[in-house]
Design a protein around this ligand. Structure first.
Ligand code: GDP
Length: 309
């Protein structure tokens, strides 16, 4: 991928896309093609086709998606399945039509069966039933992997897929109800501290285990794989270690300086009991994460304070 290559980052304003943009800019890439939602509706087939025909990108990072936490996935399930299927179908098909040299599709660790053996290996995909709270998103993301594989098989396209674990970091969405656990709790603990509240309520039982990756580490992994990986099978991207949600809540309380107590609302869903990725494949390709959770949470909190003064 030469420095002057024409690279389309779909979703460059999101958590993942903005991290990929930072990485490419830091590496000296100067020919990035970027479109906001107002400029290009990626669910619109004709608009995407026209855009690809006019711009002819050589490389594509497919980071655009309708995303959200456990509640948003449940409440907006029709939007999650429809918009994600449309975005990825339109971009992958247009990438084939316009002879894109290489495309990297981003999925999610929720593609794996709810009760698959942990840590989750790439080959446990489609071996069991999905976690119901994020089924809509997972089905769309599984379809994205299969699109990349089928376009490779039938047309010889070099389209690859990566499956990141739960992500966090600068550029996240800090919505009180619709975001993922880390940004939601950064906001809730910060607001409780500012308002002098004695207690913060978190969702579920606190017992599920989750693995978290700092988003700039993900962007580095994507950048590396765009240069080195050319196979049909998707690649897990994580740290290989997980924590309970209770431990995460305690770490966020400490990061934000909240000194009160934490309670649990078990009427809210826990989601899948554990989602720990098996990292053997990416580790064997020589990549490891750099940012540990404590340090990453500190940077995420600084980002929150800057963006939501
Ligand atoms: P998931 O990994 O797909 O389940 O996505 P989330 O990041 O939304 O949730 C992870 C876990 O954190 C679940 O067990 C939630 O019940 C728990 N959790 C605790 N408090 C919150 C909260 O305020 N928001 C969210 N999104 N999850 C929370």
């Amino acid at each position: 991928m030469e420095k002057s290559a024409k690279i389309f980052i779909a979703g460059h304003l999101g958590l993942v896309g903005s991290a990929i943009k930072r990485r490419l800019e830091a590496e000296g890439y100067t020919n990035l093609i970027l479109r906001t939602l107002d400029e290009l509706d990626l669910t619109n087939q004709q608009a995407v086709r026209d855009f690809f025909a006019a711009e002819q990108p050589q490389y594509v990072f497919l980071a655009a998606a309708k995303v959200g936490g456990i509640r948003a996935n449940n409440v907006y399930s029709a939007q999650f399945i429809y918009e994600n299927l449309m975005i990825e179908s339109n971009i992958i098909h247009s990438s084939w039509e316009q002879k894109v040299k290489k495309l990297l599709f981003l999925g999610s660790s929720c593609i794996y069966p709810k009760l698959a053996p942990q840590p989750l290996k790439e080959d446990c995909l489609l071996t069991g039933l999905l976690e119901p709270t994020n089924e809509a998103y997972a089905i769309a993301k599984i379809a994205g992997i299969k699109l990349c594989q089928m376009y490779r098989k039938q047309y010889g396209c070099n389209f690859i897929s990566v499956m990141p674990t739960n992500l966090y970091g600068p550029g996240d969405t800090y919505h009180p109800e619709d975001s993922h656990v880390i940004p939601a709790l950064i906001r809730r603990f910060h607001e409780a501290k500012m308002q002098g509240l004695a207690e913060v309520v978190c969702w579920g039982t606190g017992s599920p285990r989750r693995e978290f990756l700092y988003v700039d580490d993900l962007a580095h992994a994507c950048y590396t794989l765009m240069h080195t990986y050319n196979e049909a099978e998707h690649v897990n991207i994580g740290t290989g270690a997980d924590q309970t949600i209770k431990e995460i809540a305690e770490m966020i309380a400490e990061t934000t300086g909240f000194k009160g107590s934490i309670s649990w609302d078990s009427s809210k869903p826990d989601g899948t009991p554990q989602k720990l990725l098996d990292m053997s494949k990416l580790h064997s390709l020589g990549w490891r994460h750099k940012t540990e959770l404590k340090e990453g949470l500190k940077i995420a909190y600084e980002d929150f304070l800057k963006r939501y003064p």
